[in-house]
Design a protein around this ligand. Structure first.
Ligand SMILES: O=P(O)(O)OC[C@H]1O[C@](O)(CO)[C@@H](O)[C@@H]1O
Length: 622
């Protein structure tokens, strides 16, 4: 197999830099309820508000209101000749990748670009430092190294380079051995693995899901299914769909931390299904996780088929080019080295400091312009290709988990973010494009266009001179024009075909755009502190549920049984302030036959009296 090293030209630095990223000054939202569009100048603007100076900060770091100075209202450029010139002037092309980026339907002016230039240069410098091994994720004290995964020679130490190269080789060898039947399940009639069951969530699922949908052949060597939640019915459905093929299923458990509850639950449920089917899970289990995590230790102690590393310096949402994405893809017969080549080529293009020639920077420019640099407009992603359906869901995590931050790098409260949603065209034409065209103007669109409709030789004209693909093309162009005519801005990313190379390039394009945009607005794109609050609260609910169960158990062990009101349960739990949550816990338990209702109904909490169907004496006295 070809080596991917040598694709990118920048030379590696062997010394990790420990200094924080240089920071650009951010143009921030003032605290009035409407967003401010800073620096909007020039002839091709829609509604614009300008900020005369940086908003001042109050003592607690929040921004004070009242810095807007003037407002002007100008339409987007509509003159066809001027629009054509703008299209030609700004059209970006990556020849080798066959990728185009058209930003002409976003209304930034030359003055705006000029004013943003110093910030872009700062962002490029920050990215250069990041690639050399700076601690670009200061809150977690981590390097950010997903770019090295496709250009290992850029890794800041030879140790890291070797880790990347070795992992790639091991992934390829393992996938070859599984596909060829050299590594096989112990008790399958087929004598080889036929299915993959991937257990993981967030960044440990979205990339593999997107890539499988985009690139898996119609008859892959192994078909893939996903458990990406702790929904018991969803898990049961996946296991039921496998049926007897569970015996020939390779279960890949993916978790960087190795301790994510949803993933652990999925694993335990799958292991139970294996036990019930009389199968030995360890002979069919694979772990992808950080060394010495709980998952890694479990897999090692139980003697699973294989373990693959996840690196500390790769975040979940940028892990598609690590073992997380590469192993499932290779097992489905997808050319992962081509994916890496596509990503490496795109990264190389994104290293230029000439804004116009840097596709990721162009995207970041458009996002900043369209959303005022404060996320005031949502990004609607519309791929006109069924196989790219999951791209918007993949981007949702990449963009929103990276950019949705309360504080900037200086500790100011900024509540940054960029909302992403979308499904696919032209299907969405018949769902929500009505609102996009005529309704609330709170978005900009990204069209993803694929020029090749079908493999060569398969096309036919369903009416004279027109193919099915021509309709899809027409729908995209028509929607783009109709939106623009109503002052709705759009970006168009065009690729020739959906191939491993272009998918790798698309992923790399957006990873870099997110990083650059984060620099423009001065935030850390590589941590996710907000997710912890929900996880902590979930843990507290489960702890309360255990106390509720103990209290009900005690009452249910009495002779005669003593059903309790919600007030009584809350009092015995020493949690009167949590009575609403106790009501929800009991309603959930009652719906699952784990609590019985003696009087009243869950819809009338005050009249409710509950007990347990069985008394657990061991728990009571044990
Ligand atoms: O791979 P892990 O550690 O199981 O985490 C899964 C996901 O959970 C998060 O940490 C938070 O939702 C994501 O960033 C991550 O991709």
């Amino acid at each position: 197999m070809a080596s991917i090293s040598g694709i990118c030209s920048s030379s590696p630095s062997l010394k990790p830099r420990l200094k924080p990223l240089p920071r650009a000054t951010s143009l921030r939202r003032d605290s009035a309820s409407f967003p401010i569009r800073p620096h909007r100048i020039g002839p091709v603007c829609s509604v614009a508000r300008e900020v005369s100076a940086e908003p001042s900060k109050s003592d607690d770091g929040t921004l004070e209101k009242g810095t807007a100075t003037k407002t002007k209202k100008i339409g987007l450029e509509k003159d066809p000749r001027a629009l054509w010139l703008r299209y030609v002037e700004w059209l970006y092309q990556h020849k080798e990748l066959g990728l185009f980026l058209d930003v002409s339907r976003v209304g930034f002016s030359d003055e705006f670009v000029a004013e943003m230039e110093p910030r872009f240069q700062a962002a490029f410098r920050a990215m250069e430092e990041l690639e050399k091994g700076a601690i670009a994720n200061p809150d977690e004290g981590r390097m950010v190294g997903h770019y090295w995964l496709r250009s290992p020679h850029l890794a800041p130490t030879s140790f890291l380079k070797t880790q990347i190269d070795t992992t790639l080789d091991v992934v390829c060898d393992f996938a070859d051995a599984v596909v060829s039947g050299k590594i096989k399940p112990p008790s399958s009639p087929e004598g080889r693995f036929t299915q993959i069951l991937s257990v993981g969530i967030g960044g440990s699922a979205l990339g593999p899901q997107f890539v499988a949908e985009a690139l898996a052949p119609d008859n892959p060597p192994l078909k893939i299914r996903f458990i990406d939640n702790t929904d018991p019915a969803g898990i049961d459905h996946q296991i039921a769909q496998l049926g007897p093929e569970l015996a020939s299923t390779l279960v890949i458990v993916i978790s960087k931390s190795g301790g994510t509850p949803e993933t652990r639950n999925g694993l335990l449920e799958v292991q139970k299904a294996f036990r019930e089917a009389g199968l030995d899970f360890a002979k069919q289990g694979v772990a992808i996780t950080q060394e010495n995590s709980l998952l890694d230790n479990t897999a090692r102690i139980e003697g699973w088929v294989a373990r693959f590393p996840m690196f500390d310096w790769v975040g979940g949402r940028t892990s598609e080019m690590s073992a997380v994405g590469l192993l499932p893809a290779a097992l489905q017969g997808i050319n992962i080295r081509e994916m890496l080549v596509g990503a490496a080529l795109m990264d190389e293009a994104n290293r230029t400091t000439v804004l116009k020639n840097n596709p990721a920077a162009l995207l970041a420019l458009c996002w900043y312009w369209a959303s005022d640099g404060v996320g005031s407009k949502d990004m609607v992603v519309l791929p006109y290709k069924d196989s790219l359906l999951l791209f918007s869901r993949y981007l949702q995590q990449l963009v929103m988990e990276s950019l949705g931050k309360e504080f900037d790098l200086d500790g100011n409260r900024v509540n940054q973010g960029l909302t992403v949603y979308g499904n696919k065209g032209s299907t969405d034409q018949h769902a929500y494009i009505q609102q996009l065209r005529e309704g609330v103007h709170n978005f900009f669109v990204t069209f993803i266009e694929v020029l090749r409709d079908r493999p060569p030789g398969h096309d036919w004209e369903l009416e004279p001179g027109v193919t099915c693909g021509d309709y899809l093309f027409g729908m995209l162009q028509g929607t783009r024009s109709a939106l623009y005519a109503n002052n709705r801005e759009s970006i168009t990313v065009t690729v020739q075909e959906v191939t491993p190379r272009t998918v790798g390039a698309l992923i790399a394009l957006y990873e870099r755009a997110v990083g650059i945009y984060a620099s423009l607005v001065n935030i850390n794109a590589y941590h996710q502190p907000g997710v912890e609050a929900g996880k902590k609260a979930a843990g507290e609910v489960l702890a309360l549920q255990k106390r509720v169960l103990a209290v009900l158990n005690e009452a249910s062990c009495k002779e005669p049984v003593e059903p309790l009101t919600l007030e009584e349960v809350a009092e015995h739990c020493h949690a009167p302030e949590d009575i609403e949550m106790i009501h929800k816990i009991i309603a959930h338990m009652a719906a699952n036959d784990r609590a019985l209702i003696a009087e009243g109904s869950c819809g009338s909490p005050r009249s409710l009296k509950v007990f347990l169907g069985e008394c657990n004496v061991d728990e009571l006295y044990g």
